[in-house]
Design a protein around this ligand. Structure first.
Ligand SMILES: [Zn+2]
Ligand SMILES: [Zn+2]
Length: 73
């Protein structure tokens, strides 16, 4: 195992609204906190989400958030 960056064991789904996250193995598809559909890859370049706390894509720098933080109710 030399290339772990695209390994399923190290990928997460993120809520683009509130930032909640879930490991892909948990097979959560919607945010348990706000009901938003979780994303599992960058909407701009399609790279997997490797860091659960990440707010921006490690590859292209696009934000994972589709709703500005200050707009979250
Ligand atoms: Zn959420
Ligand atoms: Zn990207």
């Amino acid at each position: 195992m030399t290339n772990v960056s695209e390994n399923n064991n190290n990928r997460y789904r993120l809520c683009p609204k509130c930032g909640n996250f879930s490991h892909v193995a948990e097979e959560q598809f919607f945010c348990i906190l706000c009901g938003t559909k979780l994303i599992e890859s960058c909407h701009q370049c399609g790279k997997s989400i490797l860091h659960p706390q990440g707010k921006y894509c490690h590859h292209c720098g696009a934000t994972y958030r589709t709703v500005p933080a200050n707009a979250v109710q």
